[in-house]
Design a protein around this ligand. Sequence first.
Ligand code: MRU
Length: 352
Amino acid sequence: MKVNGTDYRTVWMEGTTVFFIEQNLLPFEFRIHEARTYLESCHAIRTMMVRGAGAIGAIAGFAMAQAAAEAPLNSYRDFIVKAKVEIESTRPTARNLFHAVEKVYAAAEISAGAASAEAQNVADRDASDSRKIGEYGSELIHDGMNIETHCNAGWLAFVDFGTALSAVYLAHQQGKKIFVYADETRPRSQGARLTAWELKQAGVSHTIIPDNAGAWLMSLGKIDMMIVGADRIAANGDTANKIGTLEKAIAAREYGIPFYVAAPTSTFDLKCPDGSGIPIEERNEDEVLYQEGVTAEGRLERILVCSPGSSAFNPAFDVTPAKYITGIITEKGIIKPRRTEIQQLLSSELVK
Ligand code: MRU
């Protein structure tokens, strides 16, 4: 994806240094950060400098490769086992993190070099899957459509292209006239800050809406389709995504609006029979109590936006039952969120 005319990936590794776009500074400042050790990469995931299922997966894979490179020869295995546990403890919900760490750890058991090559494969696969999701998803988008999306499922959330927004970008490049309503997505405002910034970079017409405006716009007939990303999809199609997704899906059903989930097969978790098995991250209450923004002088500042002394509850994800989902757009094709179709999808090379 291009930023000011230059091609960037969200996260990449050169030698044993991981480079990434510092997402906490966007859209106010575009800065590349470095993580020189696996613990620095863990810190980047925990603090959401790198966030979004695929991007988290890629940096977690790179962190596992860094750990293999850092491991002392006389305690190599103990070191990588401990590092795996540490990396897997950074964020609990996105399946892609565990998928990447498991793959790179298996390679690390052979050698540090194999781990580095595998981490690169995981990142490259994430980018190519995202691209294919865009190809399938863009077929669903027609000229003149108004599309609502929640959170950020764009190229910042993956190594490149994104999932929900990959379809939007491709439809836009195909010359279809489309308009995107980006849910603000409190408390971290990924929609208002990241999705809106991405859409502007890509020249896609859009506007930001408050989180509680979606149902009203749907009732007015202003939304033709909703596409969101996913952090983990259970074996029956129940889907964990950013908090607030569930109520959009229910509203979409009420108003007869197609509700699509876009995600690569690395987001599916057959070990979770249904959504009740998906771990839901609870984050610090400060994310609700405080908001960040820039002053007129351009200084990034954090201010209290709630009644002083009140506490806040901050679940980061919710689970949308499969019955509300029209289809899941994957790199292998579009499927119905049904157990049999999901099993077939994960065991086949291609469906469509
Ligand atoms: O907490 P985040 O920002 O890492 O949440 C992940 C997300 O961006 C969304 O839930 C997204 O829709 C799935 S990842 C493409």
